[in-house]
Design a protein. Structure first.
Length: 524
């Protein structure tokens, strides 16, 4: 069992001094090896199911509702969009500003904030060279670094500069920098929980005067949290003003965020009660085992983007990956994303290669214009522009087959418009042939092959962490794409052999001189 670690004492004593309770006989914090999550929670003794490991008073969660800052700043100014306010009720900028201000002023959460990591292995912090290892994966385009920086320059910094009485100028280069913005943003991304808003009232922190008027003794008296919390990174904390009271509140939840995650290993869960949140075991946990609170078994690309780690476990045989590469470990929850623009490209090339007729112009611009019309129609009908390919799925998702037919079959496109309904998901040989090409194009986005990646992972035990994690993400996606390509190829072969049989059967029967081989038309 890893040794108990004195570096956690400041966090634990702050937590307990502020009303948090811990079953210290059973629940401990320790440092596991990096690949098992680093700092995390451990069972000190056997823990039965449904046992409360620790509890957190609602007021100890940190959000835009519990920090004093939005009230101090003025809720109207906080929420209203520019030029009347700073739009801090939407997105994460408001919570980030609360975290910055609490840290700068050594507020209630100072000891908690000091215990949080300031360095991350999420790709947001990778160099260009490291990011190049992720080429072809869905991670890079979702980093959103530029959008985050817009939030900093357009909302947060103007708000800070507008109130020298709250944000002291000498604090700005220390606590309100772009670097700090990314650090707090990454803390939110990797450890926040989304909780339901108060049932009544605005729920923002009530200052002393307001509390007295309301008869409340502290901010959280007006707050009420849901019985469930999830790690979440949806951007809109408060959404539209009208909806604000119904939206979940992104909150930092001390102690609950010390638990690591691993695919299908969850053994504890956070529950809400009237006045507190409780971390409760969901199964018996043996002394020495890690206590996990898993965030919905995400694929490795998402784990890496949000949390900076990947799951590398033995893969179940039924996924059929055993023969695909020399390293058979990965994340059973992996998926590969396929963007519709690859399908449009392949459809355009296929249209260019066809014989012209009146409805199938060969002019590349006209073809692109025509395809744009089809894809716009598809999106208006509620279709997706990104498809999730799963290992255990039947060869092709229905909506993907439907889109391929819409884009490549002129009569299906006409019928779809007449009926106001996308084509049926019929995977005929034309559709499967396009799908093969789509998968080839998708695989061509990577610089390395599946075989190379499998061999590197199997043979290099000491790869740098970021390089290794990028490799694991690529490998997981490629396994799915290769597996799917194999299935499509098998289906094409089966269709070809069926067509061959039918043809052979037909000519045989015709050769016998009977009537059976003739079609109805021939008979007539
Ligand atoms: C909710 S926090 C858990 C506490 C964290 N280990 C700490 O030191 O504060 C989530 C972060 O822990 C790490 N982590 C969680 N599960 C992991 C795992 N299975 N393997 C590696 N790192 C993990 C990742 O850095 C992730 O961003």
């Amino acid at each position: 069992m890893p040794g108990l670690d004195a570096s956690f004492y400041p966090l634990i004593s702050w937590f307990q001094a502020n009303g948090g309770t811990i079953d210290e006989s059973r629940f401990g914090l320790t440092t596991f090896p990096e690949e098992e999550g680093g700092r995390g929670a451990i069972a000190l003794k056997d823990i039965p199911e449904s046992h409360t490991l620790f509890s957190i008073p609602r007021a100890l969660t940190l959000s835009t509702r519990t920090s004093r800052l939005p009230s101090l700043f003025g809720i109207d100014q906080w929420r209203k969009a520019a030029p009347d306010g700073f739009g801090l009720g939407k997105g994460w900028a408001g919570l980030i500003l609360c975290m910055m201000w609490e840290e700068a002023n050594h507020g209630r959460w100072a000891a908690y904030l000091a215990s949080l990591p300031s360095q991350f292995d999420t790709p947001m912090f990778w160099s260009d060279e490291e990011l190049a290892e992720l080429k072809g994966t869905s991670v890079v385009e979702k980093l959103g670094k530029a959008d985050a920086e817009q939030e900093y320059y357009k909302k947060l910094l103007p708000a800070v500069e507008s109130r020298k009485d709250i944000f002291f100028p000498h604090h700005i280069p220390v606590y309100y920098t772009l670097e700090k913005f990314h650090i707090h943003g990454s803390r939110i991304l990797s450890r926040s929980f989304t909780v339901d808003p108060p049932a009544s009232g605005s729920g923002y922190y009530q200052d002393e005067e307001a509390s007295t008027v309301n008869g409340s003794s502290h901010a959280m008296d007006v707050d009420e949290l849901s019985p469930e919390a999830t790690h979440e990174d949806s951007g809109d904390v408060d959404a539209d003003d009208d909806d604000e009271e119904d939206e979940g509140i992104v909150s930092m939840v001390p102690m609950a965020d010390m638990l690591n995650a691993r695919y299908e290993s969850e053994n504890a869960k956070l529950f809400y009660e009237e006045d507190e949140l409780k971390m409760v075991s969901t199964k018996p946990i043996k002394a020495g085992e890690q206590i996990f609170n898993t965030y919905s078994d995400l694929p490795n690309a998402e784990l890496l983007r949000r949390y900076g780690h990947v799951d590398l476990l033995p893969l179940p045989a039924e996924l059929g990956f055993a023969t695909l590469s020399s390293d058979s470990r990965g994340n059973p929850g992996d998926v590969a994303e396929l963007r519709a623009d690859i399908i449009v490209d392949v459809a355009a090339r296929s249209a260019l290669g066809k014989q012209p007729d009146s409805s199938n112009p060969t002019n590349p611009d006209a073809i692109m214009e025509d395809l744009k019309g089809r894809i716009d129609w598809w999106l208006e009908m509620g279709g997706d522009d990104v498809f999730l390919l799963e290992p255990a799925a039947s060869p092709l998702p229905d909506d993907l087959v439907s889109l391929i037919r819409l884009l490549t079959d002129d009569s299906e496109w006409r019928k779809a418009q007449e009926r106001d309904k996308p084509p049926k998901a019929k995977a005929d040989s034309d559709t499967l042939t396009i799908m093969m090409e789509v998968l080839e194009q998708r695989l061509a986005l990577y610089d390395t092959t599946l075989e190379d990646d499998g061999a590197t992972l199997a043979s290099s035990a000491d790869l740098p962490l970021r390089k290794r994690n990028a490799l694991v993400v690529r490998l997981g996606e490629k396994r799915i794409l290769h597996g799917l390509r194999q299935k499509v190829s098998n289906e094409l072969a089966a269709l070809a052999s069926k067509a061959g049989d039918e043809l052979a059967g037909g000519s045989k029967r015709r050769g016998e001189g009977g009537d059976e081989g003739r079609t109805k038309k021939q008979r007539r």
